[in-house]
Design a protein around this ligand. Structure first.
Ligand code: NA7
Length: 536
């Protein structure tokens, strides 16, 4: 625990990409800022998710801050896509280089926060007893930072080792072990090929198959990084001008504007290139069902080409939702892994899991599976999880968890919830966040919030909160935009709408029109004296 004064202008919760930039920027702007971080180190999600194979699917040179020319010139990425360890090393470097650590309280998990209307300040309490009083409470807590509760029948009976990808132990030796992995989302698709190399025997428990695009990761070639650095500012500007927060060579053509051969060749070329660029193959993939069907067929064809056993190939093919409705997965050698003799695919939609036992689990119908290690890659309580887990009480005793648990998460512009003055969310629900390069989305938010706080100080106003009507309108806007796309379609159980967590109110949470349109909405509000917010 720290002995430093806990009375600050701004309390930031979380020291990941968002929290570090907030600290740097707001401190520079003359605010007294403190960051409370649950982990013993900076990094946020990149501190915790250190499972074998963990890697980002945005290219290294773009998945990094663009706000300091020296920083981007001095840092050297080694691979096209950054491994978890590389991102963590980068964020540690940022923390040291900008002397951020002195204002971060590590091992300090905020568990409660209460608005004191008389003083116009938040009081926040951490698990370790540390207390803060702050005018602003900035939630840089991440969208995918609280693991979903384990919902596997009879799991308490299992006597083997249970490993969670979200909090992977540093010293585990898996050589020769018999392992089962539950989950085939982005995490599962990364950890499965890595584990297949390490363990004796691997069973992959799949409930819903995903579309998995090859990463095509590689070391950055000689001169490639220098070429990026030579025009870094222009590259960042291009990223900020693209709805996805990262420049993609999007094909302006529609999928059925071209003949069958050209369509196939386009998919093939992008499949060879790898990564999320694949999604830019045609302009209408996410808005036209027929176009989307064509890309689904292409991936199915690839699965057939790669996977030797046709029955396994069929089980790996998603058929119940459009490509993209569940976050597309980018991974290396995922489908190839199922050709290894030590890897087995178990489809629990075909034969449901009955119950876990002391040494494995049994399926409905009686078949049993034994293993000594269970790996859970079962996902997150997305967007709201980290916020509703805290005991947050706003104006007139409003409880955030209860409110959002009943009516769903409502905010204006993804920034502020009515009844919770001076609590601002960073790159979370109601903003482009997960549908964009997260770092670009974070920078957009941090810079807007910094200007807001500066404007408030200048005008002598002490509080800001969403207006109820504006908030209702924003929720409708977010949903309406999503409904013009295929994102909400099909039976995907996607965490985009909270459908992966039993009992969670379902609404499409990310803003799907991208960071450029979103930026316009932010600027429109600011230039109209923060329309949609109540300032006092
Ligand atoms: P995801 O994408 O939510 O994937 C979780 C996986 O775990 C998914 O395949 C789930 O199947 C599976 N799951 C969860 N609970 C169960 C139970 N009870 N039984 C069987 N299978 C289960 O999380 P990730 O961590 O992979 O990725 C999240 C994001 O983090 C990722 O997109 C990146 O943005 C970073 P289901 O699909 O629900 O049938």
């Amino acid at each position: 625990m720290t002995s430093r004064p806990a009375e600050v202008d701004v309390l930031v919760v979380g020291a990941g990409f968002a929290g570090l930039y907030l600290l740097h920027q707001l401190r520079k702007d003359g605010f007294d800022v403190r960051v409370a971080e649950a982990a013993p180190e900076v990094g946020g999600t990149w501190y915790w998710n250190r499972y074998p194979g963990a890697r980002c699917d945005v290219e290294s040179v773009d998945y990094s801050y663009g706000w300091d020319e020296h920083l981007q010139q001095e840092w050297n990425w080694s691979e096209r896509y950054p491994a978890q360890g590389d991102i963590l090393a980068y964020l540690k470097h940022v923390a040291d280089r900008f002397d951020l650590r002195k204002d971060i309280d590590f091992d300090t998990r905020i568990t409660a926060a209460t608005w004191d209307a008389d003083a116009a300040r938040w009081t926040a309490t951490a698990e370790n007893g540390q207390e803060y009083r702050a005018q602003y409470l900035l939630m840089a807590v991440g969208c995918l930072s609280v693991p979903k509760e384990i919902d596997l029948p009879g799991i308490e009976r299992f006597q083997g080792e249970v490993l969670r990808t979200y909090d992977w132990p540093a010293d585990v030796d898996l050589a020769g072990r018999k392992v089962a992995v539950v989950g085939t989302g982005s995490t599962g698709a990364q950890v499965v090929p890595a584990l297949a190399e390490l363990v004796g025997d691997l069973t992959v428990v799949q409930r819903t198959p995903n579309f998995v695009i090859p990463t095509r990761n590689r070391p950055l070639a000689d001169g490639e990084l220098d070429a990026v650095k030579a025009e870094y500012a222009a590259r960042r500007a291009r990223n900020r001008a693209h709805p996805a927060g990262v420049f993609r060579s999007d094909n302006p053509k529609l999928a059925y504007e071209v003949d069958d051969q050209e369509r196939h060749d386009t998919y093939q070329e992008r499949w060879e290139g790898g990564g999320i660029n694949f999604l830019g193959a045609f302009a209408d993939l996410m808005v036209d069902q027929k176009a989307n069907d064509s890309v689904c067929s292409f991936v199915h064809e690839k699965i057939d080409e790669i996977v030797a056993d046709p029955k396994v190939a069929d089980r790996l093919k998603p058929t119940t939702y459009p490509l993209g409705a569940k976050r597309p997965v980018v991974a290396t050698d995922y489908y190839e892994t199922f050709n290894k003799p030590n890897v087995h695919l178990l489809d629990v939609r075909e034969t449901p899991l009955d119950t876990f036992t002391e040494d494995g689990f049994s399926l409905v119908g009686g078949e049993s599976h034994e293993f000594d290690t269970l790996v859970l890659a079962t996902g997150f309580d997305s967007f709201t999880g980290a916020l509703t887990k805290m005991d947050i009480r706003g104006r007139d005793g409003r409880h955030l968890g209860e409110l959002w648990g009943s009516e769903g998460p409502k905010t204006h512009l993804g920034l502020s919830a009515a009844g919770f003055p001076n609590m601002l969310l960073v790159a979370n629900v109601g903003s482009p966040s997960v549908l964009a390069n997260m770092v670009t989305a974070i920078e957009q938010h941090v810079e807007w919030i910094a200007r807001l706080l500066g404007d408030m100080r200048e005008s002598g106003r002490r509080t800001i909160e969403a207006e109820v009507a504006a908030q209702e309108q924003w929720v409708e806007t977010v949903e309406a935009i999503a409904n013009t796309t295929l994102w909400p379609n099909g039976d995907s159980g996607s965490w985009y709408r909270g459908a992966n967590v039993t009992g969670k109110p379902q609404l499409f949470m990310p803003y799907a029109a991208g960071i450029v349109e979103y930026g316009k909405a932010l600027e429109a509000s600011r230039s109209d004296d923060y329309a949609g917010f109540q300032l006092a």
